[in-house]
Design a protein around this ligand. Sequence first.
Ligand code: SN0
Length: 320
Amino acid sequence: MKTFFHVSDIGDLRKALDEALEVKANPFAWKHLGTDKTIMLVFFNSSLRTRLSSQKAALNLGMNPIVLNIGQDSWKLETEMGVVMDGDKSEHLREAIPVMASYCDIIGVRSFAGLSDREADYNETVLSQFIRYSGKPVISLESATVHPCQAFADLITIEEHRTKDRPKVVLSWAPHPKALPQAVPNSFAEWMNAADVELVITHPHGYELDPRFVGNAKVEYDQMKALEGADFVYAKNWSCPGVTNPGDYGKILSKDMGWTIDERHMAVTDNAFFMHCLPVRRNMIVSDAVIDSPRSLVIPEAANREISAQVVMKRMLESL
Ligand code: SN0
């Protein structure tokens, strides 16, 4: 595996899930694979789970992880091509990427959407430079449009908890005080479309996700109707994807607290599990009662981030 970006990169999902369960049962069985190998984890943005689970997964495989926080530990990096570098950015990605690549065997990159230029974000301008100029396998640790390590961990969590052959999974928008990227809902929709589940997406008008991620999922604007009979409720805020109105890209169109997942919402489901990628704003995205209930999967879901990262790194080490 040379890139981990889209669901197609992991190949057969049944095989990937079986491999994830094997890795979970026996995390140190592939420790020889990473001997004398180094993974560079590059962060342009904050992280808790991604940083820790990636390092832990690398250690389980016997690899040496190096973590770099851009702009804090390093120079501030210029990411745009052809600019006069007379501002506060001291070094260009064009040099920084091959230099970082020369010290490692695999690179993971976190680089959030800027949320001002839809075209630049949806062309993945930063991640694609890493793929182009590193010559190394590249993992998206949440880039402008996708968060595949999260979506794979979500799928593992659903696989472990489902009681039906084809569970109903509802991705629900929820309110948030800040404008957030669409990477998590994009990848969640992409992976659920590829998995054997019934996916329903619900959000206020104007929050339509990019059609390439929505695929064949049902979009239901009535949140309560969408939640009826759900087996899994996946809450997430995202800012306007600019699909119906490009001028609104990255904006907050609604803070309607009626969309906060609370017991009234969970009551119409089929005793659904609650999921969220974390970090979560309590009583904005989800009520205390729901996230603290026995049906909340947020902690096992986060724990599975180690497993998804390990399967991806294992596959990359196997194909070095
Ligand atoms: C990120 C996002 O893409 O929504 C990372 C999620 C894995 N979340 C945030 O930036 C939340 C920040 C906040 O202040 O709540």
